[in-house]
Design a protein. Structure first.
Length: 529
């Protein structure tokens, strides 16, 4: 098997685990050979026994914050998604090779058939963006291609991605006058000139990886036009790379040399050992670089000024996302996947195996997690449990106060309306706790209702980031309770550092959740030497 096949099968086999339950991925792992009933729809790409798993398990659903819409064509496996400059939502269908558009005003879909797509072809299309001229560009990993779709004449154009050997064009973004693509298995970042798309051959600049045999992850541009991206070895280690593209291009102009050593304009920083799968990267408005780790429940900020990482954590995945009917799942994790920012400087990411979209405000250090209502039980250890499983939300896009996302195995797109008021608020007695190794201290927070009705079945959020930290509630107090609309509830949590705790600054998460949304805040824990 080629290197690309080995890495992709191992990586996606890993991230598509529901904790410890392995699920196969079409096109990357051998499907089960069972009877296939021909329907004349994209469902024919799957045997009958796998159709509920990959084509959807129910109708579109809604909550107070999330609304879903079912795609007219069955079993399209929607993935990459973006909004254009007119507010239309575009997404790529991995099981049809087509692009589709959703008009939020009329709530109608238009699906555009790709006449050059091979019959029964499938491809994971991870990257998509809208060009300034209104065209839609997206990546295609199976055929190592970039596609350009022009809406006014409904024309598809396939552009061969520059590759030597293995290639997997993944995320794609327009930045200024260039298109940037990360080559996941080809181990490089590529800059393309979109104005040369009509030419047979077009110029490009590729930045090779500073780490041999690694993969190249997501990328982001900061306010000073530096490009940040990750290189990492699967479940081992990795680096954060900063490329001074302006400095490089200025040197090219000054010297007149077309080919200069790229590494003269690159800085390489080791990632924390606790960050094993740094998929998503984004530059925050405060200058920090934010990264999410798909091997855990962690996400991180990096401060370029002092070159320090700060580790954060999501709340625990809800039982409904994994089921655990077998009892073998001991430590469920949320797997943050991709990350973006919005106009308010908030950090937004999808939690793949928690079936949630998350919004983190770096200023207030508040984390809000929105539950996705559709759940496919074939992606969880659900047994006889009702309302259990995952929709496999693999991509999203931010448009004002709306977060649009795709549900890869439910054949839906959905939207989170972050303008809807939250049902509760969290007030911390103190946002800093100082401890010695082996010491414990109480921290009080208040869960305050924000509605005119009682909230039933509210549960606490108590999460930590390191093994030597622990946060617990009063064992005599209930972990689930009714929050009366006129009665804020104080909660006493105990934060502890073990005897072997390392000096440093850490985070713990305190909050509460309903069955639709969770609200929590980070407490800074300083362990003194």
């Amino acid at each position: 098997m080629k290197k690309k096949g080995i890495i992709v099968a191992a990586f996606f086999g890993f991230i598509l685990l529901t904790s410890t339950v392995m699920i196969s991925l079409p096109g990357l792992m051998t499907p089960i050979d069972t009877e296939t009933t021909i329907t004349g729809t994209p469902a024919d790409n799957f045997p009958d026994a796998q159709r509920a798993q990959f084509c959807g398990s129910g109708d579109a659903k809604s909550t107070s914050y999330v609304r879903e819409f079912t795609i007219p064509t069955v079993c399209t496996n929607p993935l990459a998604i973006v909004t254009d400059f007119e507010g239309n939502v575009w997404f790529a269908q991995t099981n049809t090779g087509n692009l589709a558009k959703f008009d939020p005003l009329t709530e109608t879909f238009t699906e555009y058939e790709n006449p050059t797509w091979p019959p029964n072809g499938r491809s994971m299309m991870w990257g998509i963006d809208a060009a300034p001229d209104g065209s839609i560009w997206y990546t295609d990993e199976t055929f190592d291609s970039i596609w350009k779709f022009t809406p006014h004449n409904e024309k598809y154009q396939r552009l061969t991605y520059p590759s030597q050997g293995d290639a997997l064009p993944q995320k794609l973004k327009f930045e200024g006058s260039q298109v940037i693509v990360n080559d996941f298995t080809g181990n490089k970042i590529t800059f393309l000139d979109p104005t040369q798309a009509e030419q047979k051959d077009f110029n490009y600049l590729s930045i090779p990886s500073p780490v041999d045999d690694s993969v190249t992850g997501d990328f982001a541009m900061d306010a000073e036009n530096n490009l940040w991206y990750t290189n990492w070895l699967f479940q081992q280690s990795g680096v954060l790379v900063k490329f001074d593209q302006d400095g490089y291009r200025e040197t090219v102009v000054d010297t007149g040399e077309e080919l200069l050593p790229l590494f003269d304009h690159i800085e390489v920083l080791a990632l924390p050992e606790t960050m094993q799968t740094p998929n998503g990267v984004v530059a925050g408005e405060d200058g920090k670089i934010w990264l999410v780790d798909t091997s855990s429940s962690y996400f991180f900020s990096f401060d370029p000024d002092d070159e320090t990482f700060t580790q954060y954590v999501t709340s625990d995945p809800p039982l409904s996302s994994y089921g655990n009917s077998s009892g073998i799942i001991k430590t469920p994790i949320s797997r943050p996947y991709w990350v973006e920012t919005n106009d308010m400087g908030q950090i937004i990411f999808n939690e793949q195996t928690a079936n949630r979209m998350a919004v983190m405000d770096p200023k207030s250090e508040t984390l809000v997690e929105y539950f996705i209502p559709s759940m496919n039980p074939n992606w969880g250890d659900c047994g006889d449990m009702q309302n259990c499983g995952l929709a496999q939300v693999f991509d999203f896009t931010v448009d004002g106060d709306k977060i649009w996302f795709t549900e890869w195995v439910e054949n839906n797109i959905g939207v989170v309306d972050t303008s809807v008021g939250l049902p509760l608020d969290i007030e911390l007695d103190s946002n800093i706790v100082t401890l010695q190794a082996g010491e414990s201290k109480e921290s009080v927070f208040v869960v305050t209702p924000q509605t005119s009705r009682d909230l039933s079945d509210v549960s606490l959020i108590l999460s930590d980031t390191h093994d030597f930290l622990n946060v617990d509630s009063d064992p005599s107090a209930p972990s689930n309770f009714q929050l009366d609309f006129d009665a804020p509830r104080p909660i006493t949590a105990t934060i502890s550092a073990s005897e072997d705790a390392l000096p440093g600054t850490y985070k713990v998460l305190l909050g509460a959740q309903t069955d639709e949304v969770s609200v929590s805040k980070f407490v800074t824990v300083v362990i003194e030497s």
